[in-house]
Design a binder for this molecule. Sequence first.
Ligand SMILES: [Mg+2]
Length: 120
Amino acid sequence: MANILIVDDSRTSRRILRGVLEGEGYEIIGEASNGQEGYDMYVQYKPDLVTMDITMPVMDGIQSLKKIKAEFPDAKVIMVTAAGQKHNLIEAVQSGAADFIPKPFDVEQIKSTIIKVLDL
Ligand SMILES: [Mg+2]
């Protein structure tokens, strides 16, 4: 089963994602609370997939995505997005994001997006 890294500054968001993904049998290899920590954990663990929040302190999700993709072009990074982030979405696509999961979370949408991206 795939290993997944969760990057989000919201403890609640991390808890929800972990619950849904572990329920589907995935292993959560780590949780990071900002983009720099997320990048560092990516380098350390090379997870099969990353869920990446956009708005975070220290380093946001777009910058973290760019750093990861610059070094690991095959990395699969799904952006977690809140309403009103259209500008960020365009930049994320151009930077190599694999897909998006919108907040507030929809459990079925999380599951189907993860399956789709792991299959790419
Ligand atoms: Mg956030």
